[in-house]
Design a binder for this molecule. Structure first.
Ligand SMILES: Nc1ncnc2c1ncn2[C@@H]1O[C@H](COP(=O)(O)OP(=O)(O)OP(=O)(O)O)[C@@H](O)[C@H]1O
Ligand SMILES: [Mg+2]
Length: 344
């Protein structure tokens, strides 16, 4: 077993070596990223030493319990952390630009055009008092050179591309007139209007019934394939990630604990937390049973005495060495990294 920590270069090389990537070039390289929030009750150490890559055209799942930092990670990457949050270190290189040091105008240019995000709650993310067709036009007008005479046609095409029935009529609808599934499709249409090379889909199927969930996921996956668009699927649902993702990043309490190609993660999970997650996912189902089956809770991220392994206080395999500082993701097999002193 190699014990090389995942450095910037090896993270990129790991993506470049990936035989399952549709192309070999990493589009996004997150390296040693940290984020904290200053709050009245203390500093929340929300993310620490986050490192992984997303290749062009690749679909990467980011899974973990509620509060593990999945959303905050991509808010930090896209420069939309709220005012209490700040990046404490590291980089997120997208198309050659470190987004953590990019100017607001550079970030504005990238968001919506090059990298788009579908937020956790589509009804909140959509403007409730603007027709959905006009919301798509707004994005096209801001981020593309579409002339005003063509905006409406392009917006209707965008609605048709996400298979919204009767797009000419739906163009005039307000979000409250549409079902949850249709609102989610509108969010996808807005996100994809400018043909981004990266789509971050944050729990895109939460709150939808099972049939609509499958339709939305199939739509995202078809569009990603036909446009060679990289996709990050943020989800609690390990089964969903297994079905749609090339690789999976497992997060726990603000750390990445394991990264592996999907089949390898399921056949040979190395981190005790990943092994527990898989054990609590019913076989053949796409829904994660209660994560309460994993003993203990996430530690309070405001603690000043957080251990190097934030899973150690829940881990059945904990050893004295687990409290030694310097824990990092380590290559345990080709393209398979784990942050654990006691490899399972
Ligand atoms: N504005 C904020 N102020 C303080 N702490 C915050 C803020 N936003 C997020 N956090 C904290 O950062 C951590 C990560 O939150 P995040 O929303 O990224 O989790 P998540 O994995 O996306 O959870 P979920 O699955 O519920 O969406 C949590 O401990 C959360 O309390
Ligand atoms: Mg979230």
């Amino acid at each position: 077993m190699s014990t090389q920590p995942v450095a910037a270069e090896s993270a990129v090389a790991e993506a470049a070596d990936d035989g399952r990537h549709r192309t070999a070039v990493p589009l996004l390289a997150i390296e040693d990223l940290g984020v904290e929030f200053r709050t009245r009750s203390g500093t929340v150490h929300a993310l620490e030493h986050i490192s992984f890559t997303v290749g062009k055209g690749e679909t990467v799942g980011v899974v973990g319990e509620s509060g593990s930092g999945k959303s905050v990670l991509f808010y930090a990457v896209l420069g939309i952390l709220d005012a209490a949050g700040r990046v404490t270190g590291g980089r997120a290189t997208f198309g050659g630009l470190d987004l953590t040091r990019a100017r607001p105008d550079e970030l504005e240019e990238i968001r919506g055009r090059e990298a788009a995000m579908i937020f956790q709650n589509p009804r909140v993310a959509l403007n409730p008092i603007r027709k959905v067709g006009l919301q798509i036009e707004d994005v096209l007008a801001r981020h593309t050179s579409t002339v005003s005479a063509d905006l409406r046609r392009r917006a209707i095409e965008a609605l048709a591309a996400v298979r919204i029935p009767d797009p000419e009529r739906r163009y005039h609808a307000y979000p409250f007139e549409l079902s949850g599934g249709l609102c989610q499709r509108i969010m996808i249409a807005i996100a994809l209007a400018c043909s981004p090379s990266l789509l971050v889909a944050d729990e895109p199927t939460t709150g939808l019934d099972v049939t609509t969930q499958a339709a939305v996921m199939d739509l995202i996956s078809d569009l990603a394939r036909t446009r060679n668009m990289a996709t990050v699927l943020i989800t609690h649902d390990l089964g969903l990630a297994a079905e749609y993702c090339d690789r999976i990043v497992v997060m726990h309490a603000g750390h990445v604990v394991e990264v592996a190609p999907t089949a390898q993660l399921f056949s040979n999970p190395r981190h005790p937390y990943t092994a527990k997650l898989i054990a609590t996912t019913p076989h053949g189902s796409t829904s994660l049973r209660s994560l309460a089956a994993i003993p203990g809770n996430l530690p309070d991220l405001r603690r000043s005495d957080l251990p190097p392994c934030r899973f150690s206080e829940r881990c059945e395999r904990v050893q004295p060495g687990c409290s030694e500082p310097g824990l990092r993701l380590t290559e345990v097999a080709p393209r398979h990294q784990v942050a654990c002193r006691v490899l399972s």
